[in-house]
Design a protein around this ligand. Structure first.
Ligand SMILES: O=C(O)C(=O)C[C@]1(C(=O)O)C=C[C@@H](O)C=C1
Length: 109
């Protein structure tokens, strides 16, 4: 027999019992995430100035040599810090690619 269409969304799962250990970890994660956002905001603040400087002096938006040195340095730091160097490269690549897009926009490209 077919069921009539449900009129109400299923009830939410029951609230989990409080877990102070998990809550403590999450508090720390939330602090770290906030610090990451603040650090990224500062990085983009300074790259905005770099973009304006490059636009004013007709410099190319990207500098592949500089990027290669940054990636090598960060990969080495990641290994030292026991962070996956592949992840660190993907992360900085993602950030730099966004910066390059901002630089291009600043030059009307
Ligand atoms: O150092 C520069 O020339 C920048 O524009 C900054 C930056 C970066 O985000 O680190 C971005 C683009 C360049 O290709 C290299 C580095």
């Amino acid at each position: 027999m077919t069921q009539p269409p449900a009129r109400f969304s299923p009830s939410p799962p029951p609230a989990a019992a409080p877990d102070p250990v998990l809550a403590g970890y999450r508090k720390s994660i939330d602090n770290i995430d906030a610090a990451l956002i603040h650090m990224l905001a500062e990085r983009f603040r300074i790259t905005q100035a770099v973009g304006a400087h490059k636009a004013a002096h007709n410099l190319p938006p990207s500098d592949p040599g500089r990027e290669a040195r940054q990636i090598e340095r960060l990969r080495a730091l990641a290994v030292e810090a026991e962070l996956d160097p592949e992840f660190s490269e993907k992360f900085i690549r993602f950030v730099i690619d966004e910066v390059i897009r901002h630089h291009q926009r600043a030059q009307g490209k």
